[in-house]
Write a protein that binds this ligand. Structure first.
Ligand SMILES: [Zn+2]
Length: 97
């Protein structure tokens, strides 16, 4: 059985898989064995990044119980980039960082 987070699980026709593979240039702000975080080429905010799983996921409808760990890694990567970028995090009305 294949490791669901294996970087080889990709679709050659998927834009995001091609970015993750380096076939399409991007500005990476974080990368590890599970995710790549890149700057959006048409930012809609001062900091606008995309957290891309290395494993191709064709649709949110394809996400299942086997993806729980990967989803946690995606959120953790987003938090790490927020810290790197000095973005303030809020919880309700309280600034937490
Ligand atoms: Zn893909």
């Amino acid at each position: 059985m294949a490791d669901r987070d294996a970087p080889l699980d990709r679709d050659p026709n998927c834009l995001f898989c091609r970015i993750v593979a380096g076939e399409i240039p991007s500005t990476q702000v974080l990368a590890d064995e599970h995710v790549v975080v890149i700057r959006d080429i048409g930012p809609r905010a001062p900091t606008h990044v995309l957290v891309l799983p290395r494993r191709h996921i064709p649709s949110i409808r394809e996400v299942g119980a086997g993806d729980v760990e990967l989803l946690g890694r995606i959120v953790a990567a987003a938090n790490e980039v927020a810290r790197q970028e000095g973005i303030l995090l809020f919880e309700r009305d309280r600034q937490i960082k």
